[in-house]
Design a protein around this ligand. Structure first.
Ligand code: MF3
Ligand code: CO
Ligand code: CO
Length: 251
């Protein structure tokens, strides 16, 4: 069941989303050679608490940290660690979900650590275009959820990139993950219509190589099976009468 949100609830999700976005921008500024992903996590925890929020990942299904930090071939759910020290040429996705006044805002971005190889930089740029194309598809009149994945897959295919199918976007609100599941790839059947008041994430994970993933022994870290780089971007959005309202923008 997809629960519709009232205008008031959407403003509360925007409040949470703005704090998440502001945290994300500052976390991105920390992504420099020599910095550990633990230091990024520490910042996310402190900044969130200082602004009266709660980092949603912390203890979520026993996740041990306040954000996900996914470097290079890590697709998603990378666990921040003092041992994981960023080096020039890495790409790192930082995924921040903030709870404020009982509502969730969920956003992520992939940052370049110093100078990055041109194929990696292009992957990050195309992954961002995939997110934008997904948002544009969701904004069209009479859009269905399945239009999002179709638009994303068209772009990835043009470049020969793999669209991850094992992890998806999701409805969001009082809960971190709600109905519906938002696929980032083309599906055989048309999905439900995207209706006014629906709030959900779009968060395509795009691999330089094949779309397949596997989870490491820590039971969280998802990596590409072929070891190729992976990039991701995420926004929380609300469907309005005539388009899409992005709720995870800084104020
Ligand atoms: N923020 C992720 C998402 O976009 C979910 C992370 S779950 C966690 O849905 F437990 F790893 F934090
Ligand atoms: Co999400
Ligand atoms: Co997220």
């Amino acid at each position: 069941m997809i629960r519709k949100k009232s205008k008031k609830e959407i403003e509360l999700i925007r409040d949470a989303g703005a704090l998440a976005a502001e945290t994300l921008i500052r976390a991105g500024e920390l992504c420099k050679p020599g910095v550990s992903t633990e230091e990024i996590d520490q910042f996310v925890y402190d900044y969130t608490i200082r602004h009266k929020g709660i980092p949603a990942p912390l203890n979520y299904h026993k996740f041990p940290k306040s954000c996900c930090t996914s470097v290079n071939e890590v697709v998603c759910h990378g666990i921040p660690s003092p041992q994981r020290i960023l080096k020039e040429g890495d790409i790192i996705n930082v995924d921040i979900t903030t709870i404020l006044a009982g509502y969730h805002g969920d956003t992520n971005a992939t940052f370049l650590v110093g100078c990055v190889a041109s194929d990696a930089e292009k992957l990050v740029k195309v992954a961002y275009e995939c997110l934008q194309a997904g948002i544009d598809a969701a904004a069209a009149p009479k859009a269905r959820y399945s239009d999002i994945g179709a638009a994303i897959q068209d772009i990835a295919d043009e470049h020969g990139y793999g669209v991850v199918e094992d992890y998806c976007g999701h409805g969001i609100g009082r809960a971190f993950h709600e109905d519906p599941t938002v696929f980032h790839f083309r599906t055989r059947r048309p999905g439900p219509f995207i209706e006014e008041g629906h709030v959900f994430t779009i968060e395509p994970m795009i691999n330089l190589g094949n779309p397949e993933t596997r989870v490491l022994k820590d039971n969280w870290t998802a990596v590409t099976q072929d070891g190729s780089l992976s990039a991701q971007w995420e926004h929380t959005v609300a469907r309005t009468a005539d388009g899409i309202d992005i709720l995870t923008l800084p104020r």
